[in-house]
Design a protein around this ligand. Structure first.
Ligand code: XMP
Length: 516
């Protein structure tokens, strides 16, 4: 079966091994063109077969001369498909087409002033004569291949951009995909829309219409089941499926009792009362707390919660007749990352815990080609409320990974109250949504304090608030002292049992965002 993006002109981003490929793919989508990340060594036959509308070569950590450095099939450059190379990509182009890349030992990292030469050729149209760009390289091209014109330089890089319009080849040593490059998005759009002549037709309305048609065609009159957690991804999956197949959809909301304050009620209200979706609410707090009694190891907690989720979910599915399909909120970054076999496992993510033996469903994954910001835009377009569309990431195991040590009903209640204060206060201050995620953590320690004239021996609450673009790395948010003071006061006064508040000032790495 074809999928909705098959009908779109596609840009391939050849991944030379840096974290930049994902960012490039996102920037292309922002220019409203569909993009996919492909391996750097994709064969010329595969490229010919899939006929992408353009190619972008990503940056990469290696030197083109290093042993084992990634190299593309040079024949791809001769297909007549427009190609744009960034950083390692410009060097790859130069290497294969007869340019020179001397070993200079003079790298360039961070901001640089870009000077456009000779009007900027075709690619740099509209870039001012001097602007800011972002560099991150050691080697650079010394002599451009025959046929190429040099269109920009910086103080240390003589060839910061080059192009051969006759062969439709363009490249920059700097990184246009990074926000610090002043005209970066403009350069990408110029390449896509005007040089490669790809119309900006990747829109959310389009995606929704096409996805709805495809789901209908695939599912026919079968029943579909969907696990709903209240998070953005599963909510958008539920809403899009409901639009496609209405009553053939049943959602199962497994409430493990480790949700935040009022969260369970909100999920039920949105989906049952607002969307009129057939929703089964499984109140499983007791079952979970029994299973988790005495468990303190973070990975054990994650496994117990993930496995029990599937068990409960399948118990419900069995009660329904003729369910063949399971809908899941897999996103494009999950697809990219599952291809990455070398990454070390830090935490077992809830949603990736395998099905128990004997269980089989056919999967529908309508968000598989989308990035998170696109999923949010689809959600807004489908009429999901703002609180869901802009909900912060919340781990599948919920508050369980924010209570260090054993989980009890009492600790959950305590943490829920403190967390509600943190969310209310930072939420009111952060109207621009500059903080990626903020919450409270309850550690497994107690300390001595004094309230009134009385000695107290209570728990501390740790406030965690981080700035991040994608949760892969993060920095602790520089919250104003007054805001920290207000939260501390409120938590100690309003949450009985808490006598101390601390602020976590650890970035990721070396910390992680969650405590477990
Ligand atoms: P860490 O703690 O690894 O978290 O820095 C990175 C991001 O992932 C979220 N997170 C999860 N999300 N299932 C999820 O869907 C999980 O099991 C899970 N654990 C952590 C976390 O909140 C942060 O945004």
């Amino acid at each position: 079966m074809s999928s909705y993006h098959d009908q779109q002109p596609t840009v391939f981003v050849l991944d030379f091994g840096a974290q930049y490929a994902q960012l490039i793919a996102r920037r292309v989508r922002e220019a409203r063109v569909y993009s996919e990340i492909v391996p750097f060594d994709i064969s010329v036959e595969e490229v010919t077969r899939r006929a992408p509308a353009a190619l972008i070569l990503s940056g990469g950590p290696a030197s083109v001369y290093a042993d084992g450095a990634p190299h593309m099939d040079p024949r791809v450059l001769a297909l007549g498909i427009p190609v744009l190379g960034f950083c390692y990509g410009i060097q790859e182009m130069a290497l294969h087409l007869g340019g020179e890349i001397p070993k200079t030992d003079v790298g360039e990292y961070g901001f640089a002033e870009l000077e456009v030469l000779g009007g900027g050729g075709e690619l740099l149209v509209g870039v001012t004569e001097r602007s800011q760009c972002w560099m991150s390289h050691r080697d650079s091209v010394g002599t451009a291949p025959a046929g190429f014109a040099v269109t920009a330089r910086t103080a240390t890089t003589a060839i910061a951009a080059m192009e051969d319009p006759a062969r439709r080849l363009y490249a920059t040593q700097f990184h246009p995909e990074v926000a610090h490059t002043e005209f970066g998005q403009r350069i990408i759009e110029r390449f896509l829309h005007e040089i490669a002549c790809i119309p900006p037709m990747w829109t959310m309305v389009n995606i929704i219409d096409e996805t709805v048609d495809l789901i209908r065609e695939r599912v026919g009159t079968d029943r579909v089941i969907c696990g709903l957690s209240g998070g953005v991804d599963s909510s958008v999956v539920a809403a899009i499926l409901h639009r496609a197949i209405g009553d053939q959809l049943t959602c199962v909301f497994v409430d493990h009792g480790m949700m935040r304050l009022d969260e369970g009620a909100q999920v039920i209200h949105t989906f049952r009362d607002h969307f009129h979706i057939d929703l089964i609410h499984v109140d499983a707090e007791k079952r979970y707390l029994d299973l988790l009694a005495g468990v303190t190891d973070p990975e054990r907690k994650r496994h117990i919660i993930g496995e029990e989720f599937w068990k409960l979910f399948f118990e419900e599915a069995e009660k329904l007749e003729g369910v063949r399909w399971l809908a899941q909120g897999t996103l494009y970054p999950d697809v990219i990352e599952s291809g990455n076999k070398t990454a070390a496992k830090i935490k077992s993510h809830h949603n990736l815990i395998p099905f128990p033996p004997g269980v089989h469903f056919d999967l529908i994954e309508p968000l598989k080609a989308l990035f998170k910001d696109e999923v949010r835009a689809v959600g807004a377009e489908l009429g999901l409320p703002d609180e869901i569309v802009h909900r912060q990431p919340f781990p599948g195991p919920g508050l369980a990974v924010r209570i260090i040590g054993e989980i009890t009903h009492g600790k959950l209640e305590l943490l829920r109250k403190a967390d509600a204060i943190v969310r209310e206060e930072i939420g009111a201050w952060d109207t621009e949504r500059s903080v990626w995620q903020y919450f409270a953590v309850l550690p497994d320690i107690r300390s001595v304090g004094v309230m009134g004239d009385e000695r107290t021996y209570g728990h501390p609450i740790i406030i965690r608030a981080v700035a991040s673009a994608d949760a892969m790395t993060a920095d602790w948010a520089r919250l104003p002292h007054d805001l920290l003071a207000k939260m501390s006061n409120r938590i100690i006064n309003e949450v009985e049992g808490i006598n101390r508040v601390a602020y976590d000032i650890t970035s990721k790495p070396p910390g992680t965002i969650e405590w477990e």
